[in-house]
Design a protein around this ligand. Structure first.
Ligand code: BDR
Ligand code: CA
Length: 310
């Protein structure tokens, strides 16, 4: 039995693995992209928005790009992780003679509210950057939580962070926003580092994509070389981690994850700021604590190879 495609808004900070997530999303017929909303994170919001506009053009996507938050709800923005995502946020990929067109008008959180209201109960928000835009949407209209189909979040870590020993980058970049998002009464699936770190696109698989999956495969290879080098240096990996792809893959292949229900809270003070904590209890939140990473990476490769004409 085939289901109607899910309507997805991708809230993103491109970002190398964000670019890989967009390639995956384009390749999956189960997912229909409604809009891209941007947020600071892997770079400042001007850069992540420029990158989203570049990716929209290169991937031939016919969707609006709305600029979102430039800074967290409180305090200044943290430094960009140049050593992971490069000076330009896209692994120092050569953007050629790309000149960014004007961004689509309207603030990201307001456009999210409009889209959810236009399709009550049908929009899935997939957040793969800091959660500031979602928190702003909730602050402006708390009732929106009841009208969203599902919120899928790449973020958090229960067995050790990647920015501090406790905190993962997307949560660490705006812990106050994350706390508000996890406190709201909407159905959340969290895909933390505990699941994503096993989802590794090997360097051999990336090289093969460059020759077997059209321009999308070339982009997947080229954009991820510096990112893979960072993972080789810091984690000893022969490949790169598909964090943000994993969040979208939850919607297509939930069988690849081990999900546990239970409330999630975010630590807001002192050196543990941005730490995610959970308990097992009935909740509107479920967390993927493990993933079949190898199968997920193979599924990513097959998905891109299956969409070479796009
Ligand atoms: C997350 O942080 C960002 O650097 C990545 O794009 C991903 O969304 C991983 O911790
Ligand atoms: Ca991201």
């Amino acid at each position: 039995m085939s289901h109607a495609p899910r309507l997805v808004i991708l809230d993103t900070d491109p970002g190398v693995d964000d670019a890989l997530a967009l390639l995956y999303l384009r390749a999956r017929p189960e997912l229909t992209l409604l809009a891209i909303t941007t947020v600071f994170g892997n770079a400042d919001v001007e850069t992540t928005t420029r990158n989203a506009l570049y990716l929209r053009q290169r991937l031939g996507l016919d969707v609006p790009v709305y600029r979102g938050a430039a800074a967290p709800l409180q305090g200044p923005r943290g430094p960009s992780p140049l050593h992971v995502h490069g000076e330009n946020g896209l692994g120092d990929l050569d953007l050629g003679d790309f000149i960014a067109p004007p961004v689509d008008p309207g603030a990201a959180h307001e456009r999210i509210l409009e889209a959810v209201r236009a399709h009550p109960g049908a929009v899935t928000l997939v957040a793969i950057g800091p959660l500031t835009n979602l928190a702003l949407a909730l602050r402006a209209a708390p009732d929106i939580a009841r009208q969203v189909a599902e919120v899928v979040i790449m973020g958090g870590a229960f067995g050790g962070g990647n920015v501090t020993p406790y905190a993962e980058a997307n949560i660490h970049n705006d812990p106050d926003a994350a706390a508000a998002v996890f406190a709201a009464d909407w159905p959340i699936t969290l895909v933390p580092l505990d699941a994503t770190m096993s989802c590794v696109l090997s360097n051999a698989a990336a090289a093969s994509l460059a020759h077997t999956a059209g321009d999308g495969g070339r982009l997947a290879h080229d954009v991820s070389r510096g990112y893979a080098a960072a993972y080789a240096e810091h984690e000893g990996l022969d490949g790169c981690v598909l964090h943000d792809v994993a969040a979208l893959a939850w919607l297509v292949r939930p069988d690849l994850f081990e999900a546990h229900e239970g409330p999630v809270t975010i630590t807001l003070d002192k050196e543990r700021r941005g730490q995610s904590l959970r308990t097992n209890a009935p909740s509107n939140v479920q967390t993927c604590l493990a993933a079949c990473g190898q199968t997920l990476a193979a599924h990513f490769v097959e998905s891109l190879q299956g969409s070479t004409s796009r």
